[in-house]
Design a protein around this ligand. Sequence first.
Ligand code: NOJ
Length: 672
Amino acid sequence: MILNIRKYVMAAAVIGFTSCKEQKQEPLVLSSPSAVNEIQFSLSTEGVPTYQVSHGEIQVLNPSELGFVFKDKDSLYRNFEIVGVEQRSFDKEWEQVWGEKKTIRNNYNELAVQLQETGEKKRKLNIEFRAYDDGIAFRYIFPEQGVKDSIFIMDELTKFELAQDGKAWWIPAYGEQRYEYLFTESPVSTLDTVHTPLTIESKSGLSLSFHEANLINFASTTLAHTQGTTLKTDLVPWADGVKVRITDSFTTPWRSLQIAEDPTQLITSYLILNLNEPNKIADTSWIKPFSYIGIWWGMHIGKYTFWEGENQGATTENAKKYIDFAAQEGIDHLLIEGWNKGWTPDWYKNAMHQFNFTKQADNFDLEKVTDYAAEHNVRIIGYHETGSNIDNYLKQIDSAFALYNKVGIHDVKIGHVGSLLKMKEWHHGQFGVNYFRYVLEKAVEYKLTVLYHEPIKATGERRTYPNMMAREGARGQEYNAWSDGNPPAYTTILPFTRLLSGPMDFTAGILDVEISQGYPGRRVHSTAAKQLALLVCVYSPIQMFADLPENYQGQPAFQFLKEVPTDWEDTKVLNGAIGEYITTVRKDIHSEDWFLGSMTNEEPRDFEISLSFLDPDARYEAQIYADAQGTDLNNKPEAISITSKEVTAKDSLTLHLGAGGGAAVRFKQLSN
Ligand code: NOJ
């Protein structure tokens, strides 16, 4: 029997069909295109589906079981036989609408296994495996098979039996602050339940990252440590404990494992994007990366309030001042928070707070402000803080988006402060997954680009909907304004962990790192030069220059912020160690210039950077923004030395980074 398990619309070469009933004892083997990664699939003697993964000679995952537990139905994990197998290869390049790299190669081998229970029920379950050179992935498909009632998934039994222990950088799942935690570094064998992406440096020497891709109408998964070095999917439940509600059939997100020989390679792996569906927006001319300033930091440092009153940040007058500044400095966009009705000093309490998304705050005239912005070629970014009162938001979403269309706003930031959506559901359960996807699709209807704060994690949906620009989903700069803040090591962990899932709205670019107008004792835990480096090291198609305009005025280093692009042709990570340091270079998509960012943790460092990434036939002016002599976290942290010299690809550049410091360089190509 030959079964055509799925119809492939893409140009794919089917490289083998097999009827497998007769050969179920033999493991099925799937190798990646260059044979560096291998997946073996087999059924145990009880007919339990299991898979294992190796990288060259290194066993990465020992045989690990797969399956599901349903409510009011038998579990689906054993007594299977293989009734069909299909293999194919895929190799195609595709272009990002915007991104950290323009052209991405999607090259994998796939094995689709069709299973059927041998008992009376004869239920079917398909599992698709993909082997890439930078990792592996698989997903389950429960095909339509006459189950006409609801299916309640109570547990997904997918295991990841790591062959070796390793160091994991993790944040806890099921925390009140969602994804906003500092990372802890500890052995896999001691973990509890953690969020993905989960990055591990294995004792085998490999760098691994577990995540998921193309998360649609399912719960997102966390990873629970069960025993030894075994992790298991732990789907985030609905309030009533059911993990996923579905009718008839379901397809899970891809369970993904990126595998690299050096942690820096994880950053330039595009596996998560490759596992998502191609762009669905036919005309993308309205979607453009940008940089922005905001009536924002002022609220976080206590200079302004979000709500109406004496120190209200969003007034027509203040907005005009910010627009004048943006226009004068050539900055595209201005975010204005607190422009609408509903803000009170208690706005952040997860208490079904009622924001109004069409009524403007006292002292703020939306049309006057958007008209003034248009006259000055500045675009306003709209803001919706939902307070996690999703019912209140969804009732207003059409009129709110229509209002933005009317006043010429094309970009919207949407916040979800609160531990639970509707005071009830996790942000990353199936309810949240569907909510965030619904809003994104709704924004497509209104041609609005989206920036989520307090989001669910990214799983590569920006490929399908490139109006999904960036999200927060980690502790951003704001923590430095009103809490103990983010220690210097934190930003050297982010690129290897959270950022593997997608762009982050970190809101860098604070030059007044000691926050002279802020709360006593609060500061940004970096030098100012490191704030410039963040703009290169933390990828996002939209980048905020978070500081107050007065802190940029007259600052020569502001030049770097004004020039650093937000859309790139290519990205390379030149060096890096998780939690210690990283140096990233990116090539501007609109010019021949390259930009470099280098950041360290609490340790000062000296780097000799080879410039071999530059065009070998060109000359460049290296404009170097570095920690000034003697500068570090605690000594003159604001001091940036700006120097320039001519370089070519044959040269190397010496960089000194103070403790908690960094460096940023623009390599401006010179005409010959
Ligand atoms: C938290 C967000 O991260 C921040 O950017 C925003 O200003 C506040 N919530 C207010 O909504």
